[in-house]
Design a protein around this ligand. Sequence first.
Ligand code: GCU
Length: 613
Amino acid sequence: MGHINKPEHKGLTICIMLFLSLSAMSQALITNTLNRQTFSLNGTWNYIIDPYETGYYNYRYEPYDQLKQKNNSAFYNNYHSDDRSELVEYDFDKSPALRVPGDWNSQDDKLLYYEGTIWYRRNFDYTPADASNRLFIYFGAVNYRAEVYLNGIKLGTHKGGFTPFNFEVTGIVKPKNNYLVVKVDNRRGREEVPTINTDWWNYGGITRDVLLIEEPSAFIRDYCLQLKQGSAEVISGYVILDNVVREEKVTLSIPELNIKKELTVTAGGRAEFEFKVKNVIYWSPGSPKLYNVKISTGYQTLEDQIGFRTITTSGPDILLNGKPVFLKGISIHEENPLRRGRAVNEADALLLLTWAKELGCNYVRLAHYPHNEHIVRMADKIGMMVWEEIPVYWTIDFTNEMTLQNARNQLTEAITRDRNRASIIIWSVANETPPSYERNRFLINLADLARTLDDTRLVSAALEKHFRDGINIVDDEMGNHLDIVAFNQYTGWYGGSLEDAPDSKWAISFNKPVVISEFGGGALQGLHGTINERWTEEYQEYLYEQNLAMIEKIPNIRGTSPWILADFRSPKRLLPGVQDGWNRKGVISDNGIRKKAFFTLKKFYEKIDRKYE
Ligand code: GCU
């Protein structure tokens, strides 16, 4: 969540800062930005590489934005001077440009491995449609740490590379020559989320959309509209108006369902509701029905496209709209391998989900962090169930309170953004974390938070199995706190015999749905040989055949999301001529070519339907 730092300017700006600090402190996320009146700040931004943070700290390592006097060495002042005797050691106008949204690593070879600070600057003119309106700057995500300034005024900071945040900028935006400056620092940290070690590229930058949002003084900031937990005939939820000073009337309508409700929002800004609905066409991958929902106040009407479905479990079954379903999935990183770098827009989302549809998937695991809003809305539209995850990955600092707060913030921002998306059926709180008392306490805290924020979806995490006396065992204590027991297993890649795989023995300690959240192996597309030669397509194909034959027999198996749809960049994958900085476990290569294992998985999914109908 963005928070504001202390004001440092004199006079008028102080009162703006005080107003901002009050509103920004209590500032919460504005949702459904894609359907709002916004002015895009996407495009080319000038940038300055600043590995020593020269634009942020003076030579005594004091942050300029916490010093009393204004200092023209601070890059956020975007200072120019015609006085040729004056010392100014930076100039955005003469600096190169980066594309926003987009990671910096894939835009310039010099930045491929860069980890540190880059300053971004965007100039813009803006005149509000109505002078009494309020203005906000919204970021879809910045990886990893953002310090945001507008016209030299610090708006605040945000930490976490995969969730949105916004700051109010009413009274700071001028009609001409606004300069928005963002200090982005993607350095990894032991106490961060994710921690210092991950098997994916640390793409830095303003990696998602940047919008200027104009809203009336009291505006619809957030709302939730879903089938009530345990019901297929009752819709419940709430509407939140920002800056309500007296009771306000709100109309909620779903024209296709003949629903029109008058709500009263109290001075606290919130109205809750629930009402019966009839003749709903339930959302499902085969019938991704979305209803147009309208929320109106005296000053604005906001629309959204929302699907209604139930997702529950019963013993080993996952029930979608009351019917057992098998999750025919694939794991996906947020990368467009064809263009290189982070997937950022609707076209990238359609590319990845079309590949998944071609595989015969009805489900995707968006690993290992919340992906951009375009892909979850695309999943709603084309019919794809989604596992959404926060990057509590591997050896997180589970004893650190700040780390827990960071993870809680990221989970809250993800759920706040996406809780109206029917496609999302699972919130995942972790991936392959080492069992311990502290880790269980940490993950139970997150699972409880997920259920508090949204009791209509399932909660899971990618656990691990262990092997003893010839038996594969899944008895992780966290299984007691999850709705779905998901785990990663790499038979035939990180050990275990492929030949014996179909006859493996399993002991899973929970009578709950079991999902294999990862299995797989690497292959360099176009490298061919025998099934015993690692890195050949034949090896990967045989690995899929044997693992799938094994998986089908695992007790309570109700889904799988093999690792992974497409080859993706990783600094850990260094075998020359085979990996070259790419994790090659994709069933599609980084050039979009399907490997032999793609067709093995596709065939399995065609067959599996019949078994679970
Ligand atoms: C792990 C991990 C992935 C990683 C994969 C691999 O299971 O969850 O993030 O990329 O294995 O080793 O390729």
